[in-house]
Design a protein around this ligand. Structure first.
Ligand SMILES: Cc1cc2nc3c(=O)[nH]c(=O)nc-3n(C[C@H](O)[C@H](O)[C@H](O)COP(=O)(O)OP(=O)(O)OC[C@H]3O[C@@H](n4cnc5c(N)ncnc54)[C@H](O)[C@@H]3O)c2cc1C
Ligand SMILES: *[C@@H]1O[C@H](CO)[C@@H](O)[C@H](O)[C@H]1NC(C)=O
Ligand SMILES: *[C@@H]1O[C@H](CO)[C@@H](O)[C@H](O)[C@H]1NC(C)=O
Ligand SMILES: *[C@@H]1O[C@H](CO)[C@@H](O)[C@H](O)[C@H]1NC(C)=O
Ligand SMILES: *[C@@H]1O[C@H](CO)[C@@H](O)[C@H](O)[C@H]1NC(C)=O
Ligand SMILES: *[C@@H]1O[C@H](CO)[C@@H](O)[C@H](O)[C@H]1NC(C)=O
Ligand SMILES: *[C@@H]1O[C@H](CO)[C@@H](O)[C@H](O)[C@H]1NC(C)=O
Ligand SMILES: *[C@@H]1O[C@H](CO)[C@@H](O)[C@H](O)[C@H]1NC(C)=O
Ligand SMILES: *[C@@H]1O[C@H](CO)[C@@H](O)[C@H](O)[C@H]1NC(C)=O
Length: 628
């Protein structure tokens, strides 16, 4: 997730990633020469959540060698990486990449946010660590993916995390409830609650209850609709970020069979016939091309924008696109780079006449307050800086039926669309068939009380984020040159399905309902954007088109796990169709975006995929019961 203020700042910022080669403290950060002189069992393209989770588990076996190649550097533990209240680490994300003009958003272009460092998105993200609704994963399974339903994933969610319960007095004051039975206590990623709540947040909690939103028992139990306090990827002893680098790299730094090559781009996968044999890589800022051999598998983990880019550059993708750039075709696979999705954020801002001091805005704007909180954080690991900057602590996650009484008409509107006409002209029939199947599945979820279409979070200051998390629109990723160093064309496809804007409108109206409750009215809110004066549907929709941001950095689904005749790119074991020894372990393999933030699911999926890969390669699997 990704609150509103950051986005405004981003549109202005252009930072070049640090160019100094920063070798980590670990011997197994290797040079390009050492990597190319070594034959590995597995070579992983991308050192984000998926890549590092799998690398960690595969190298548990000392006889298995793994090389992770990561485009970005290793962070240096800067406060803006580690201290929640000093977020955002702009130096560790991709800068200068924007979308193509969004035709349904007045042709505006938007930044495309992703991590570019060891840890990937987990190094730069807002630390919300939330599982998605059980029925959403069950929807993935129903599309032809046995093993990806909630019941199958739950043991891996547990394996991935080390949950620390909140202090009981604080939990009572803050209305935090949780179920130990759904959590894990031995895993690498810390899951804990920030020990601070802004004093005004209770007003919002009561207002949400007053409109009938139930309090969630534990949003990570497979049922995330309702009102709850955020769980975060946060080390409870230090109140610092817990992320893929600390959890799946630093923690196992003694393993000589785990190599990491940083500031290096994987430029191509190499094939002998249809078998992946390794990759080519180029240290960033150079033109020198190296080869490395993967004896067992090449594993793609470069994220939803770059994994399809690498595949297309390697000659795997829609034939016409590859041929238009003169890329030799290894396999015509129409789904590569289709089905692109993100979640959207409609910021709603206020002027309060009598808000309660302090708020999340005071961390940003009041230097005296910040200094006080920094001292408290440094001395006792308490206070407002334990919360990710600009965010509050409470969220409501809403099904369509809880959002609007008009739900049946919206489902009918969606059902009346012709899927083919919503995709670009000339889309492959298999891709259209897969989209149609997905839509049917998603419409069932729209009708369920247990599947979220949106979430709302007030940051206790001027801003409420209204997230629409279950879009029907689809975009695409397409290479625009034969160089890995040129950005691909990123099209969010925002609002190509007319249902999506109606869902945002319903969520904006729901937010107004919450704000209209007595406990919020006590604070004297005046809606500035879209603006209290806008009352008709048409007025609000015009404002949505001008103000919505089509991404909250939850890009996904561009190499979808779907049947081949449904535009799929990978099978349920995440092997690429039609090729040998090539697997995908990142967010690009999701069929559709489930209704919450991605990282918790990616850690769990990484754990599951490591077991799948071990079994496929005859490597002993450590029983799941060891982690219970
Ligand atoms: C600003 C921001 C805020 C977010 N907030 C949250 C949140 O609060 N909660 C949440 O759950 N999720 C959040 N997310 C999303 C979440 O972090 C991502 O969904 C997740 O990291 C994706 O994991 P992944 O393994 O698929 O890819 P990533 O973690 O993105 O890793 C991919 C890696 O591959 C590297 N790479 C790319 N191309 C190449 C190449 N050619 N060669 C070598 N390496 C390459 C990238 O540099 C990157 O490090 C946020 C993301 C951002 C950017
Ligand atoms: C890599 O191998 C080449 C030739 O096999 C050799 O000349 C070179 O010294 C090796 N480099 C390293 C860093 O091992
Ligand atoms: C889980 O986290 C707690 C709190 O930091 C820590 O004391 C404990 O050792 C961790 N457990 C494991 C197995 O890492
Ligand atoms: C907790 O819930 C009670 C009862 O709804 C409410 O009065 C209080 O303000 C809430 N506190 C917080 C911090 O949400
Ligand atoms: C989820 O919770 C809601 C109310 O909080 C309840 O109506 C529903 O039955 C629950 N669903 C599941 C699958 O537990
Ligand atoms: C790398 O491999 C490719 C094809 O597999 C080959 O054409 C090329 O010559 C190799 N380059 C080097 C530097 O070994
Ligand atoms: C916001 O409120 C303050 C008083 O708290 C007032 O002075 C100011 O004019 C208001 N701004 C807007 C845009 O309404
Ligand atoms: C800024 O913070 C200080 C310290 O908490 C507080 O005393 C002061 O009132 C705050 N100023 C404003 C304008 O809120
Ligand atoms: C795509 O490539 C064309 C031709 O090289 C170039 O003019 C254009 O700027 C590129 N588009 C993007 C978004 O990089």
């Amino acid at each position: 997730m990704f609150p509103t203020l950051v986005i405004a700042a981003l549109l202005a910022i252009q930072v070049s990633a640090g160019s100094n080669k920063h070798l980590g403290k670990f011997a197994r950060v290797v040079t390009p020469e050492v990597a190319s002189n070594t034959t590995y069992n597995f070579v992983i393209a991308g050192g984000g959540i998926g890549g590092l989770t799998v690398a960690d588990r595969l190298t548990e076996d000392p006889s298995i060698t793994v090389l992770v190649i990561e485009y970005g550097p290793i962070d240096k533990g800067e406060p803006y990486v580690l201290v929640p209240g000093e977020w955002v680490p702009v130096f560790y994300w991709w800068n200068g990449i924007t979308s193509v003009p969004q035709v349904h958003l007045n042709n505006a272009v938007y930044p495309v946010l992703m991590g570019q460092c060891v840890g990937g998105g987990s190094t730069v993200n807002a630390m919300f660590l939330h599982r998605c609704p059980a029925v959403d994963y069950d929807g993935w399974a129903a599309l032809g993916n046995p093993g990806w339903d909630w019941d199958s994933l739950l043991p891996y969610f547990k394996k991935s995390e080390n949950f620390t319960a909140p202090n009981p007095v604080f939990a009572q004051q803050s209305n935090i409830t949780y179920q130990n039975s759904v959590h894990g206590f031995k895993g690498p990623v810390h899951a804990s609650y920030s020990p601070y709540t802004y004093p005004g947040s209770g007003h919002w909690w009561e207002a949400a209850k007053a409109v009938g939103i139930p309090e969630s028992i534990d949003p990570n139990n497979g049922n995330d609709t309702g009102l709850f306090t955020l769980l975060r990827a946060l080390d409870p002893d230090t109140e610092t970020r817990s992320y893929a680098k600390t959890a799946h790299y630093d923690r196992v730094s003694f393993r000589p069979n785990y190599h990491l090559l940083t500031e290096t781009a994987v430029s191509r996968i190499t094939f002998t016939g249809k078998t992946a044999t390794g990759v080519q890589y180029i240290p960033v800022g150079t033109t020198q091309v190296y080869n490395v051999t993967a004896r067992n598998e090449v594993i793609l983990a470069a994220g939803a924008v770059h994994s399809p880019q690498i595949l297309q550059l390697s000659g795997v993708g829609p034939k016409a696109l590859l041929q238009s750039l003169g890329i030799p075709v290894v396999l015509d696979l129409p789904g590569v780079g289709t089905n692109f999705q993100d979640q959207l954020n409609m910021p709603v801002t206020y002027n309060f006449t009598s808000n309660v001091f302090p708020t999340a805005d005071d961390v940003q704007n009041n230097a005296t307050f910040f200094a006080e909180q920094l001292a408290l954080y440094n001395s006792a690991h308490l206070g407002a800086l334990t919360l990710t900057a600009q965010t509050g602590n409470n969220v409501v996650s809403l099904s369509l039926k809880e959002t609007t009484t008009n739900w049946a008409a919206l489902i009918a509107l969606a059902a009346s669309q012709d899927p083919a006409s919503l995709l670009p002209p000339g889309s492959d029939p298999t891709v259209i068939a897969g989209y149609a199947a997905q839509r049917q599945q998603i419409l069932e979820l729209y009708a369920s009380y247990d599947s979220a279409i949106g979430s709302i979070s007030w940051n206790t200051g001027a801003t409420t984020s209204v997230y629409m998390v279950k879009p029907l629109s689809r975009g695409s990723i397409k290479v625009n040159s034969t160089s890995i160093f040129d950005n691909p064309l990123v099209d969010f496809g925002a609002f190509t399905d007319p249902t999506d804007i109606e869902l945002v409108l319903a969520l904006v109206r729901k937010n107004r309902q919450i704000m209209a409750q007595p406990t919020m009215q006590q604070l004297g809110p005046l809606e500035l954007t879209p603006g209290a004066a806008l009352t008709t549907d048409d007025q609000i929709k015009t404002a949505i088109i001008a103000q919505i941001v089509p991404s909250i950095a939850h890009e996904c689904c561009t190499l979808p796990m779907l049947p081949l005749d449904h535009g799929g790119v990978v099978d349920p074991n995440r092997l690429v169709y039609g090729l040998k020894n090539l697997r995908v372990v990142d967010v690009s393999a999701w069929p559709f975006t489930p209704g919450s933030a991605p990282s918790a699911t990616l850690y769990a999926a990484g754990e599951k995929l490591a077991d799948i890969i071990k079994i496929a390669n005859g490597i002993p699997v450590i029983p799941l019961s060891t982690y219970e």
